[in-house]
Unconditional design. Structure first.
Length: 247
């Protein structure tokens, strides 16, 4: 009787352990939403910019490492302040290095939350989808056939929240390698815009203003990004048209 109970408890414990990383992320995200909402802000950057610039000049590598770690944590735990972090990257490190640090940090953070979701819920959800014969399985099959295009679309369409683009692929069986490299490439256009804003943020602060993030929606900025999204969607459209012709 005891052996049977221990045998039954072991899989249950392993199942619980699989959910711990995702539960930790959700817990920190909820706490961070309340605790950090007024901390990671442009006002904080403005008030501490002289100290940050002095530290950068004295220890560039050290500040870069700290910046990357903080940005990875912001993304991995879906904390508020990702836009501020991206602008800060441009302010501290310039357009080239700032973009590299921003893209690297966001990609690593996204990969961590993807891995936690896949390990905790993704495998179980995929097994249930595979065992079904309904619309979910057809949706998963369609996603697998257009995986790269869909992943690029999730990154290039500004209306898709970043955390949604991290979690949904993990839950429907997207391959980690494809998720990783499409994230790294797909976020470059947006990262360039935010980093570019950060390069000129010092002058904005001197005028007593805050950065205008609405620049992302300016026609000369959003136009090329939507053009890339259209290119990413083109293979899906072509396959759909071919499929209708075959029918």
């Amino acid at each position: 009787m005891t052996d049977h109970a221990e045998h039954t408890a072991a899989p249950a414990k392993r199942g619980l352990n699989r959910h711990l990383p995702l539960l930790a992320i959700l817990t920190v995200a909820i706490i961070g939403a309340f605790v950090l909402r007024d901390t990671l802000s442009f006002e904080t950057l403005r008030d501490n910019r002289e100290a940050l610039l002095a530290f950068r000049d004295a220890n560039f590598a050290g500040l870069a490492a700290i910046f990357v770690l903080i940005y990875v944590a912001i993304v991995a735990f879906s904390l508020p302040g990702a836009a501020v972090a991206s602008v800060t990257g441009g302010f501290l490190f310039g357009l080239a290095a700032g973009t590299v640090f921003n893209v690297f940090s966001a990609t690593i953070g996204a990969s961590l939350i993807f891995a936690a979701a896949r390990w905790g819920l993704g495998d179980m959800l995929m097994a249930k989808i595979q065992a079904s014969d309904g619309k979910l399985k057809k949706l998963q099959t369609g996603l697998r056939e257009n995986e790269i295009s869909v992943l690029f679309l999730l990154r290039l369409v500004p209306a898709v929240p970043f955390f949604v683009a991290n979690l949904v692929p993990a839950l429907v069986g997207v391959r980690f390698f494809n998720f990783f490299w499409t994230t790294a490439l797909g976020i470059i256009p947006g990262a360039l815009v935010f980093t570019w804003i950060g390069v000129g943020v010092g002058a904005v602060f001197d005028r007593g203003e805050n950065p205008d993030l609405s620049l992302l929606w300016a026609p000369q900025v959003i136009g090329p990004i939507l053009g890339l999204a259209a290119l990413a969607a083109l293979p899906i459209v072509v396959k759909a048209i071919r499929g209708k012709k075959e029918i």
